[in-house]
Every structure is written in structure tokens, then in C-alpha cells.
Design a protein around this ligand. Structure first.
Ligand code: WT7
Length: 701
């Protein structure tokens, strides 16, 4: 272990620095029964995807799709880093996810909806019925809303079947969808609608969550207002009713703006809308995520490359066969849901489960009851959910008769102890586990074991995915080789079909954020000169299994969801009594990380507790409940450098009981001890050690 003093000196403002480290674990080998049926066991795949076969190796994924016109160039690098994939090809995503399966699987479930109320029956939607409904909705979008290829639509919806149906209807027309997580506020949805230039938003009236009826339509009015403030007119709100013919919201429908989908659909029953044959490079969707600045960025994903990548990785790493019952417990409002609930599984003719509720309601057996009832055999979730299920019902899984062949963990590092519970209790020792590391930007998996070929190692994501060539660079551009024991910035040396095209409307930010830092030659059109900077810290042991340490930028990964510290700080500053605010990550037993707010108030504020309450409420409305801070500290001043920069690393060190390091050069060094006492108390404090090797990771913007 490195000297924690050293660690603190290097800076502790980001997640990688407070990474909780565990020792290297032994290999666990995949069960023979799994290997016997796995999609990927042929060792020749390594040769096919070797670096010398790049980029042509990715034909293997593109050939899993039906193309209207085959492409002529696999990868065009003429305009770095705006790579083009499968150039000249034409296809339609909804055709690939729906129509093409009708011949063999029309009578098979495409999606299975599990409502939260247990007395409401499970609903299985066949491919034939999905086809009918996607066509009808496409007719509404085209004929009633006048939407056409290239237009954007913001979809702010919960986990109900109508969400993927609406996404696929957009894809049928080449309308670019931007799905905003249902748990986000109306303000957040409105901001995103404005950024994407959406005139139409799609809502649900309400849904069930944690035993409560949620009035979701109420967010629509707020979103429209917010978009208007940002200069964007939203003229139509389409409202799906959770219960056909009954309205769940207390908010009135606004004449001329709001329309019930079930009313509109009456005119389009059984109508067919031909899938639009789209350029491989046509944008398919935007997914907003947090970055280093206050403004969320719209990651723009393409049609051909994205679909090829999620299809190939769903087949090889999720091991989806049409006869499986696959359940990914993520929300469709995040990239995991797009890639691995909707697009990848459906492109393979899979059966994908959609669960409306929360995992521990009405009790901690719910998830396993669903698994038993539907005979789920592939399960996909996050370390946060696993920790929570373990905490609330460690012995529940064995009470239910289900059998998983395969399980996924995604979104955060998973500690070996949690991994073992997942393996032994949830998987009953029968299931293989993949720990998949990737990001909103990357479309699909970047590091994971090949489930039928590689041993698992608890606590490590694993080797790079096929065709992905990562490297770890330090701040001096030095390549940190496998086994060096040093942590650095993980980068991907090559382009791949799932990588985003750009940040919507901001090509410069795209370049700056991901490529400027390690670009070897800005004039070069050789992809080798343009490594992708992922903003994660990582270490690579000698066996080639990557260990991800966490974000090195101003992003906090809370329960597998990304929050920008700058977004949170901006929200705090909207409360007029707040003079200055700094947000830092703190380790949390269940959620991995949580934000902590430090703020100094303007002079003369008499009621700091009221201000704290207001800050929490503002954060919840502007961003969402998931951003609720773990604690708020009102302090007399924030530690600053002589040039006035707030030293977040010092605050992070205090919140995580790590050494604050040398603070003598600060403009106000005495404040550090004052804050430390305020947060940790006056007694002796046992410092936690930092990661085994900590380097100075710079923020890149
Ligand atoms: C960030 C991306 C990937 C879809 C869900 C999150 C962290 C993701 C892992 C993993 C350790 C992980 C990284 C990454 N992360 N997967 N298996 N092990 N860390 O997508 O919201 O874009 O967040 O999540 O820090 O940068 P996202």
C-alpha cells in the first residue's frame, strides 16, 4: 500500500482516489453446463478479432443484422475522431428488432411486462403484437405529429411496455429519440428537450413504484415551461395511460397540446408504416449524461455501428438465445436499458423482461419470485442492487425455485464479498458471472470476460472485449504496462462500432472531452493516433484483467448512475442564501458513492437549517431524487488556493476520513482543521488508507 500521505498530496477530489481496494482474487471457472450451450466457445474468435484483423473483425457483428444495402467500407477514418462505420450501408433498426423475427418467432414473447402491483397479471407481448403496436405508434408520430427522419423526440417515461414500443416506432421512421430517465424531474426533462430541439415529448400519466402511485404527467407541465425558458417550444405532449381509458394524473390535459395515445391510436388501428431505410451513420438516439461541466451532454449514437455492436455483444457476452428468458433490471432510461434491455436482446430475437417496480417492494423476495414465475435464466443488475438485496434479504434467493445460467454486474466496481454472495446465493453456484465495464458514450461493453471461455475474477472487470484494445496511460503519456502495479487513465486505442458519434450540437466538446488529452498528432487520419480517454482510473495486473478504480473527473457514480459535481453545485447556488458550494464523493456502503455538499452561506443568514432543506429540495427538483446528498455541511469558509480555487480534494479527504495532506500553501489553512472537527468530531480519528497506488489524475476540462 502506498503512503496515504502521498496519496492525499496527489489529490483526492475524485473517485479513483478514494477507490476501495481489495486484494487480487483467485480465478473461478465457468460451469461446464454453461459452456456446453454458450454462444461463444470457439478459440478461433481470438484470431478473428486480433489487432491485425481490425477493423474488418467487426464484420462478424454487422453480419448478425439484415441490411437493405450492404456497406462498402467497414471503417472510414478520414475525418478523425468522427469515425464512420459500415459506410454505404442501409438498414432499419426497428426492422432488425421486430419484423425480421416474424418468420420464426411471431408467436414468441419479445417483451414481458411485470407490473409492480402483484395482483396485476404479467403481460407477454409477442413479436407479432409488438410489430402491430410499433407500426401503429409510428403512424401516430408521422401522421398526427408530422415527425420525419432526423427530427428529435424526448421521451420521459417509466418502465412500461409503451416505452420500448415508442422507441422502436421512432427508430422505424429514423426519428431520433432522447429518453430521459422516468425518475428525473420535469425540469431535467425540459432542459434535455430544449438541448435536443424536441417539439414533441412523450409521457405516461403515471406508474407504480415502491407501493405508491406516481403522478408522472405532472412533470410534463414543468418540462414544457423549462424548455420554453431555454427557448424551445414543445407543442405536443403525447400521454400514454397506464390503465387504458383511466387517467392516473391529477393534472388536467391541456387542450391543443396534450393528447392521449389511446385516443390517437384509434385512427391508426392495424396500420402499417414501412421501415425507413436509413444510412448506417444516421443518428439513432441521444442519451444525456453528466460530464465535467454543469450542462449534461447528449451522447449521439448511430444506427448501423451501434446496433451491430450491441447485437454482437449481447450474443457473445450476455449469451442470449431466442429460447432464454432474459431479465436486465436496469431502467430503460439509462444506456444499459437501451443497449441491453431493448436493442441488443430484440435484435437477437430474445425475450426481454421489463419490471415496473423497485426490487425490494413489497419485500426482499420480490425479485426472486419474478425469476421463479417467469423462469428467468439470464439476470443482469448492478452492484448497488446486489448489495441492497443482500442487506435486506440475504437468505431469500434460496427460498425460490429459479435457476440462472448467467448473471451480469455493471455500473460500478463490485467488491469480492458482494460478488461472492451474488455467485453463491443468487446464482446458487450454477451461473457464470460477467462484470462488464463500459459507459454511456461507448454504446456497449468494453471490458468483460467471455463467459464460456475465460475464468472469472471477483472484483475485476476482466480482459478487453473482442476488438477493443485498451491501454493505461499516466499523466506524462507513458504507457503503464500490465503488471506495473501503477494506476493510470484507461484509454481505448482504437475506434469500435458502438462508440458515440459526437455530443449533440457540440463537436468541439466531443473532441476536447475524449480525444485531446492523449491525441498523438491532431493532423493524423490514422486511428492509432487517437486514443479514446474514458475518464476512469484503472490498474492492469499481469494477467490482463483490468481493475476499474472509478472516475478521474468531476463525475460521481452514485448507485451506477452518473452525477456531475458541477451540476450539483450549480443547483445549490440557485438558493439565494448560498454563497459558495463544493460537492465531493463519499464512500457509501450500498450505493458505492454519494455526493456530500459543503457550503458557505452569505452573511446574516439566520436559519441555516432551512437553507439546507431548501438545497435538498432544489437538488431533487432540478436533477432528481438520486442526487440527494448524503450530508450537507454549512461551513464558515471553503478551503481555497491562493488563486481562489476551491480545494475539493481536501473536503473529499475529510468526508472519507483520509489524510488531508499538506495544506500549508492554502490561502486559508486554518479552515481545514475547523471543518475536520466539524465533520469528524474532536476525538482521535483512525485514518483510512488510500488506494495502493495513487497518481495525480488531472481533470480534463
Ligand atoms: C461509469 C459509466 C455502463 C453502463 C452503466 C453506467 C463506471 C461502469 C463498471 C464496472 C467498475 C464501472 C465507470 C464508468 N462503471 N461499469 N463494471 N466496474 N466501474 O454508465 O452512467 O455512463 O457510467 O460507470 O466509472 O466510467 P454510465
Amino acid at each position: 500500500m502506498a503512503d496515504p500521505k502521498q496519496a492525499a498530496k496527489a489529490g483526492a477530489e475524485n473517485e479513483a482516489h478514494i477507490a476501495v481496494h481489495w486484494r487480487e482474487e483467485e480465478y473461478v471457472y465457468p460451469p461446464a453446463k454453461f459452456i456446453g450451450q454458450a454462444n461463444l466457445t470457439d478459440p478461433a474468435v481470438l484470431e478473428r478479432f486480433s489487432e491485425k484483423n481490425f477493423p474488418e473483425c467487426y464484420r462478424e457483428y454487422a453480419d448478425m443484422l439484415d441490411w437493405d444495402e450492404y456497406w462498402h467500407t467497414t471503417l472510414d477514418t478520414s475525418n478523425p475522431q468522427f469515425w464512420k462505420w459500415f459506410v454505404g450501408g442501409k438498414l432499419n433498426v426497428s426492422y432488425n428488432c421486430v419484423d425480421r423475427h416474424l418468420k420464426k418467432y411471431k408467436n414468441k414473447a419479445a417483451l414481458i411486462f411485470v407490473p409492480e402491483p402483484e395482483d396485476e397479471p404479467v403481460y407477454a407481448l409477442t413479436y407479432q403484437e409488438l410489430y402491430t403496436r410499433v407500426n401503429e405508434v409510428a403512424a401516430v408520430l408521422r401522421e398526427d405529429c408530422g415527425l420525419k427522419t432526423g427530427d428529435r423526440v424526448t421521451i420521459h417515461m417509466p418502465m412500461i411496455l409503451e416505452l420500448p414500443i415508442t422507441m422502436l416506432a421512432c427508430a422505424r421512421l429514423g426519428v431520433v429519440h432522447s429518453v430521459v430517465f422516468g425518475g428525473f424531474s420535469g425540469e431535467a426533462a425540459g432542459l434535455r428537450a430544449a438541448d435536443s430541439g424536441s417539439h414533441v415529448m412523450v409521457y405516461a400519466d403515471g406508474y407504480y413504484r415502491g407501493g405508491k402511485k406516481i403522478d408522472h404527467k405532472a412533470s410534463a407541465d414543468i418540462a414544457v415551461e423549462m424548455a420554453k425558458k431555454e427557448g424551445q417550444k414543445v407543442d405536443k405532449i403525447l400521454v400514454w395511460r397506464r390503465h387504458r381509458g383511466q387517467y392516473m394524473s391529477a393534472k388536467p390535459m391541456i387542450e391543443g397540446r396534450d393528447y392521449f395515445m389511446d385516443d390517437l391510436l384509434k385512427k391508426h388501428l392495424r396500420k402499417k408504416v414501412a421501415p425507413v431505410s436509413l444510412d448506417s451513420e444516421a443518428p439513432l438516439f441521444l442519451m444525456y449524461t453528466s460530464g465535467t461541466t454543469g450542462k449534461p451532454k447528449g451522447c449521439q449514437h448511430r444506427t448501423g455501428g451501434y446496433l451491430a455492436y450491441v447485437t454482437g455483444t449481447s450474443k457473445y457476452y450476455q449469451d442470449i438465445h431466442p429460447e432464454d428468458v432474459y431479465w436486465c433490471m436496469a431502467d430503460i432510461g439509462w444506456i444499459t436499458g437501451h443497449s441491453y434491455i431493448v436493442y441488443g436482446p430484440l435484435a437477437l430475437g430474445g425475450t426481454s423482461v421489463i419490471f415496473e417496480g423497485v426490487p425490494n417492494y413489497p419485500d426482499s423476495g420480490r425479485v426472486w419470485r419474478i425469476a421463479e414465475q417467469l423462469d428467468v435464466n439470464i439476470f443482469h443488475t448492478s452492484p448497488t442492487a446486489i448489495r441492497m438485496l443482500r442487506k435486506t434479504g440475504p437468505d431469500e434467493p434460496q427460498k425460490y425455485n429459479y435457476h440462472f445460467k448467467h448473471m451480469t454486474t455493471v455500473g460500478e466496481p463490485i467488491e469480492p464479498e458482494t460478488w461472492r454472495w451474488y455467485y453463491e446465493s443468487v446464482g446458487k453456484g450454477e451461473a457464470v458471472i460477467v462484470d462488464t465495464w463500459w459507459q454511456t458514450e461507448t454504446g456497449g461493453f468494453l471490458c468483460t470476460t467471455k463467459p464460456g471461455m475465460d475464468p472469472m475474477k471477483a472484483g475485476s472487470a476482466g480482459p478487453p472485449a473482442l476488438g477493443i484494445y485498451p491501454a493505461i496511460y499516466d499523466e506524462e503519456n507513458k504507457d503503464l504496462k500490465a503488471g506495473s502495479g501503477k494506476a493510470g487513465n484507461i484509454c481505448i486505442r482504437n475506434p469500435w462500432p458502438g462508440i458515440m458519434q459526437t455530443i449533440w450540437g457540440d463537436n468541439d466538446r466531443f473532441t476536447r472531452q475524449y480525444y485531446t488529452k492523449y491525441c498523438k498528432n491532431p493532423k493524423s487520419t490514422d486511428w492509432r493516433d487517437w486514443p479514446y480517454f474514458a475518464a476512469d482510473g484503472a490498474v492492469l495486473p499481469a494477467d490482463g484483467y483490468f481493475r476499474i478504480l472509478g472516475r478521474v473527473d468531476d463525475v460521481i457514480n452514485v448507485a451506477g448512475h452518473r452525477l456531475g459535481t458541477k451540476e450539483l453545485e450549480a443547483a445549490c447556488l440557485t438558493v439565494k442564501e448560498v454563497a459558495e458550494a463544493a460537492v465531493v464523493p463519499v464512500v457509501d456502503e450500498i450505493k458505492g458513492r454519494m455526493p456530500v455538499v459543503y457550503m458557505a452561506l452569505k452573511p446574516g443568514v439566520s436559519d441555516p437549517q432551512r437553507v439546507e432543506k431548501e438545497v435538498i429540495s432544489v437538488i431533487e427538483t432540478l436533477i432528481g431524487k438520486i442526487a440527494r446528498p448524503k450530508s450537507i455541511h454549512v461551513v464558515s469558509d471553503l478551503p481555497k488556493t491562493r488563486s481562489g480555487k476551491i480545494m475539493r480534494r481536501v473536503l473529499a479527504a475529510i468526508s472519507n476520513t483520509m489524510d488531508v495532506g499538506d495544506v500549508t500553501t492554502l490561502a486559508n489553512p486554518d479552515i481545514v482543521e475547523e471543518i475536520r472537527k466539524q465533520v469528524q468530531g474532536t476525538g482521535p480519528v483512525q485514518l483510512k488508507e488510500g488506494p495502493e497506488d495513487v497518481k495525480l489524475f488531472g481533470s480534463n476540462e
